[in-house]
Design a protein around this ligand. Structure first.
Ligand code: IVH
Length: 744
């Protein structure tokens, strides 16, 4: 290398030329390194280039290039990261745990696409990196932002930090004008050990270290942490990268990204499993953590036809490695009370390292699980029960809560006694009952049980619900027991600011709250007085009502008042359903004892006969919604019509400005806002694909015909639904008409 002019002696012109030269050299070195096969520089030489670049920029700040390799963009936000809404949602993956799940995955795809059994489908198989996902947006080849996954819809803006990662190019060439590259940020074992050895904070594992390092408010701290990045997917793109997954990955490599070198293209599940074994064998030698192998259907057109479930694509799956295990002593069993009153036993363990993570708690599920039985009463662990003082085997798979796999009877203390599950709530003392057919004990304290109330509130402010910034689990616990500004039910959150204004002991004088943070909290609360109906419903914490079903209900009813009135109408039917279920359960038990066939239909029919037509119609409409079964419907209706519960919801609603109806999905057209039902056999596409298409065009797809149905699409051999539709005056169309309609 020619002798370099010392930075102190450079003129402006020389500095411009030198910064350009360094930008090119560093960029070229990054590319060579990312492709893994031809590193052109030693680490020391690379670092020297970067140091020289930083030194020149320090002396000539006005000459710093827009694409400076030091990638210092502005200052980090003073308090936390900005939010970035992903143009295309960042999803997670469904899991496969054994070979059979993989065979099923392939079979499911074929079934959905209606493909015959012969032709093997091509997939890619690549390691599942145990890091955190990141989305990088490039416009005209320049990195414009980097966002973490967050809740999948909105992530954190970590652009300044991402720019400090060597594997992430600041500029790319030969790409679509707009493209989001997605992949995993991770840390190697070696870098992780060095970081922990260097003192300061010590992280439990490389993944936590990577996450902690990326989410630093000061990008200079991130820069000092050795983070890496593998690209494996994309979000928005103004033009496709290729027509297959494989070609697109090849394209990513030429753009300068690291693509995992163990990625292969495999034909059919057998080849996928062979590659899985290969990666599993190499796992200990890779030098970074992986927790499985990801399979993706290769053909991107087929991927598009398959589309997505609520949070996972149908065309990909993560085949997880078997869980890691370790033995330790069970020191105590604590009982936690959840928001629906469920009592959950938790194992307190002598801390033990399980596959690199220190574990001191594990779930014990319920009374039967501790006693060594499954929900059918059959023995698990060969019937061995779990006692305090036992040596137990812990296993953990990925992010899943650790569980107890086994117990060592040879090491059981002589005085260990079988665990007696409490029949009272440890929090409020109310009776804890276990209903027939349920494996869980539930506290009957309802609204008087503080544990349930706190958990309900924590759920209410959580991410998928009201998501109030500055009001997390810790603050809820504080407010719940606060005498001057108590928050005991959701409405109290919205009256907090007014009560604070009227109060002498103001929030700003409280633990952890200053002038600014109190004002910010009130602002965050204010912003949520307008809330989408689906979030509102999910936030109520109704048993069996998850985010996806909340979305289904919101799309079906549109307005909160309509849903509430439907629940009122359906209340007698829900009661009937519950009574019939209970009667059925005891009849089955009696019949089993007496050795005869159970008689269940009569009781059910007799109960049902007594219902008004309105109640029956409201109930049928509810359970006709795709994704809403009788169990959820009964739970929803009973909760919403329980007087105290409803009064509490009404108080909340009165404080809100608007419960926003969902926007119709997809393009406005013939199907927007329409409810369709499919019946019979479709010949040109499977039922599943037809449903996804209909929804993409804005339709609601229901499972049964009612007066609200707009179209019944009758395939071959349509039966009773078609008759019912005709009787109700619903438009019935055949498959050809449906195809014409769905093409717009
Ligand atoms: S693909 C739509 N490929 O695993 C599919 N994900 O459990 C997007 N992950 O959130 C993901 N390695 O953070 C994909 N080779 C890989 C991966 C991978 C790790 C992570 C990713 C994702 C999570 C799902």
């Amino acid at each position: 290398m020619p002798q370099e002019t010392p930075v102190d002696s450079l003129t402006d012109d020389q500095a411009i030329a030198e910064l350009a030269r360094l930008a090119n050299l560093i960029d070229a070195a990054n590319r060579a390194y990312h492709q893994r096969d031809a590193p052109e520089l030693s680490d020391a030489a690379y670092d020297a280039l970067k140091r020289r670049n930083t030194a020149i920029e320090a002396r000539f700040p006005h000459l710093k290039r827009a694409d400076s390799p030091s990638e210092q963009v502005g200052a980090a936000p003073a308090d936390g990261f900005g939010k970035i809404r992903h143009a295309v949602r960042m999803l997670s993956l469904a899991n496969a745990f054994d070979d059979q799940d993989v065979v099923e995955f392939d079979a499911r795809i074929r079934r959905y696409l209606g493909l015959d059994d012969e032709a093997a489908l091509a997939y890619t198989a690549e390691p599942k990196i145990d890091g955190l996902s990141l989305s990088l947006r490039y416009e005209n080849g320049q990195l414009v932002y980097a966002a973490t996954r967050g809740d999948g819809e909105t992530g954190e803006d970590v652009t300044a930090n991402a720019r400090t990662i060597g594997d992430i190019p600041a500029r790319i060439t030969g790409t679509p004008d707009v493209i989001e590259i997605r992949g995993e940020v991770y840390m190697t074992h070696q870098d992780f050990s060095a970081l922990n050895a260097a003192g300061g904070r010590s992280f439990a594992n490389p993944r936590n270290a990577a996450a902690g390092s990326l989410r630093q408010l000061d990008p200079e701290i991130t820069r000092a942490r050795p983070l890496r990045f593998f690209a494996y997917a994309w979000g928005v793109q103004s033009a496709p990268l290729g027509s297959t997954q494989w070609d697109s990955l090849e394209r990513l490599k030429t753009m300068g990204f690291s693509v995992n070198p163990l990625t292969r293209r495999c034909l059919g599940p057998k080849a996928l499993l062979e590659h899985y074994r290969h990666i599993e064998a190499l796992r200990p030698t890779l030098g970074y953590d992986i927790d499985g192998v990801v399979y993706k259907l290769d053909d991107l057109d087929l991927q598009e036809r398959l589309g997505f479930r609520a949070t996972t694509p149908r065309w990909a799956i993560a085949h997880k490695f078997p869980a890691e295990t370790a033995w330790t002593r069970l020191e105590a069993i604590d009982i936690q009370v959840g928001r629906t009153g469920a009592l959950s036993p938790v194992a307190r363990l002598a801390p033990v390292n399980v596959g690199g993570v220190l574990v001191s708690n594990a779930t014990l599920h319920n009374e039967d699980y501790i006693a060594g039985r499954n929900s059918q009463g059959e023995p698990i662990r060969d019937g061995r029960d779990i006692r305090i003082g036992d040596w137990v085997q812990i296993y953990r798979a990925g992010d899943v809560i650790p569980k107890i796999a086994d117990v060592d009877l040879a090491r059981r203390p002589v005085d260990a006694k079988p665990f007696r599950f409490p029949d009272h709530c440890p929090d409020c003392g109310s009776a804890a009952v276990r209903e027939p057919g349920d494996s869980t004990h539930r506290c009957t304290g309802g609204l008087i049980c503080p544990a349930q109330a706190i958990e309900k509130l924590k759920h209410f402010v959580s991410r998928g619900a009201f998501d109030i910034e500055g009001l997390g689990a810790r603050q809820i616990e504080m407010f719940f027991t606060d005498d001057l500004l108590p928050v005991r039910e959701p409405v109290d959150i919205f009256t907090l600011a007014a009560r604070d204004a009227a109060n002498l002991a103001k929030l700003k004088n409280r633990d952890g709250f200053g002038d600014r943070s109190a004002a910010k909290l009130f602002e965050a609360i204010e912003a949520r007085r307008r809330i989408p109906l689906s979030r509102f419903l999910f936030a109520l914490g109704i048993r069996h009502l998850g985010e996806v079903a909340a979305g289904d209900l919101a799309r079906h009813f549109g307005r909160w008042q309509d849903l509430a009135s439907a629940a009122d109408l359906a209340a007698p039917a829900a009661a009937c359903q519950i009574a019939a279920d209970a009667a059925e359960l005891s009849e089955r038990a009696r019949a089993a004892d007496e050795g005869r066939r159970p008689e269940v239909k009569k009781t059910r029919d007799a109960l049902w006969q007594g219902l008004s037509p309105d109640a029956r119609a409201a109930w049928e409409d509810l359970i006709g919604i795709e994704g809403v079964g009788a169990v959820l419907a009964a739970s929803l209706v009973t909760t919403l019509t329980q007087p105290k519960e409803r009064a509490s919801i009404d108080r909340l609603v009165a404080e809100l400005i608007e419960i926003v109806p969902p926007e119709a999905r997809g393009d406005a057209g013939v199907l927007t806002g329409k409810t369709v039902v499919f019946t019979g056999t479709l010949t040109r596409m499977t039922r599943a694909e037809a449903k996804v298409r209909a929804e993409a065009l804005g339709a609601k797809v229901a499972g049964s015909v009612s007066a609200r149905t707009d179209f019944l699409i009758a395939g071959e051999g349509a039966g009773s639904k078609a008759t019912k539709a005709a009787a109700l005056g619903v438009t019935v169309i055949d498959e050809d008409a449906w195809l014409a309609m769905s093409r717009g």
